[in-house]
Design a protein around this ligand. Structure first.
Ligand SMILES: C[C@](O)(CO)[C@H](O)COP(=O)(O)OP(=O)(O)OC[C@H]1O[C@@H](n2ccc(N)nc2=O)[C@H](O)[C@@H]1O
Ligand SMILES: Nc1ncnc2c1ncn2[C@@H]1O[C@H](COP(=O)(O)OP(=O)(O)OP(=O)(O)O)[C@@H](O)[C@H]1O
Length: 295
């Protein structure tokens, strides 16, 4: 019997923002990572990832290069091991999400590779199994299997879909110096900022009670650590505030900063005021944005 033809498929891999990122300690975990309570929200600043059948495995990247292995290849290896498929594929990534900027660009690509491969090989593993595979690739990856709005707990690996809220404008202000995520968590520890387990539990209850977070819960606990390692981050927050953003915060582990506008149409004016490097985006409310489509 001949094997079925494998379709060439493509999907958008949206970057994420942490609308809130509450961080506890590492006690009680055997992986040394920190307990989190975070609402992760997809934004329409996207990489594009494509899979096609090939004679040999090959991954190509259009956009800014980075050193070291591509997490997309780790996603392919994890998928292969679980699904038992061996046919080679070509993966192509067109990068638009700033690299090492705290917007989970690599995690977005890895999540996209998992959902593409599940469709390409018609393996129907489904979101739960893909999220399990994703957890082995990085704390941010499970949330990127089905990008939208999720509540992430544990070290980020326990993910629940959340109700989508009206779109916000998002102004993304990158900073050229990359910040390493482990360094930022280490600085967070050095500054003694970990929340107690009881405080995290209380915050999780508050976050669960509110589909659209009130302003007081739009908090990134890693922000002081990112500013401590990269002081210009504070000036970038001031730039966004002065340009009229309703809320400003550091994105994930930084150094990218974000200005949120309740009116998505207001983001363009905020970006213009913040400087030529500012990127206009919006939160994603339509699941079709990251659908798998024929390439
Ligand atoms: C800052 C965030 O982007 C917020 O969503 C994530 O917490 C980071 O997610 P990520 O980059 O996918 O992180 P991973 O690749 O799993 O971990 C990188 C490193 O970050 C630190 N790390 C990460 C997640 C976590 N909950 N606690 C940690 O201490 C650890 O030093 C870990 O070795
Ligand atoms: N497909 C990929 N895209 C971007 N970076 C990748 C990719 N694969 C591996 N990397 C490596 O991962 C590092 C972190 O990149 P990424 O853009 O995901 O950071 P980040 O946005 O800070 O992540 P997070 O928000 O999940 O902590 C990069 O410096 C790069 O070496």
């Amino acid at each position: 019997m001949t094997a079925p033809p494998r379709p060439a498929l493509t999907t958008r891999a949206p970057g994420k923002i942490n609308v809130c990122l509450f961080v506890g300690g590492t006690d009680g975990r055997d992986d040394g990572r920190h307990e989190l309570v975070s609402v992760m929200q997809a934004v329409d600043l996207c990489d594009e990832v494509t899979v096609a059948a090939a004679d040999a495995d090959r991954t190509t990247l259009d956009g800014p290069a980075f050193a070291g292995p591509n997490i997309a290849d780790a996603a392919l290896a994890a998928f292969r091991a679980r699904a038992g498929v061996t046919e080679p594929v070509r993966l192509r990534i067109a990068k638009a999400i700033p690299v090492a900027a705290g917007m989970a660009g690599g995690s977005a690509d890895a999540g996209a590779v998992l959902r593409l491969l599940d469709a390409h090989f018609a393996t129907a593993l489904g979101d739960d199994v893909l999220r399990e595979l994703a957890a082995g690739l990085g704390a941010d990856v499970p949330a990127q299997v089905r990008p939208g709005r999720v509540l992430a707990t544990g070290a980020g690996e326990r993910v629940e879909d959340r109700e989508r809220v009206p779109a916000y404008g998002v102004v993304v202000l990158p900073h050229p110096a990359p910040l390493s995520t482990p360094d930022v968590y280490r600085e967070f520890d050095r500054l003694g900022l970990a929340r107690s387990a009881a405080a995290l539990t209380a915050l999780e209850a508050q976050v669960r009670a509110a589909a659209d977070l009130p302003d007081v819960l739009v908090v990134n606990d890693l922000q002081p650590a990112a500013i401590s390692l990269c002081p210009p981050v504070a000036a970038n927050l001031d730039r966004l505030r002065a340009a009229g953003a309703d809320l400003v915060l550091v994105s994930g582990s930084g150094p990218t900063t974000l200005g949120l506008t309740r009116d998505p149409a207001a983001a363009a004016a905020v970006a213009a005021g913040a400087g030529p490097d500012a990127i206009v985006a919006a939160t994603v409310t339509d699941p079709a944005l990251a659908a798998v489509r024929p390439a």
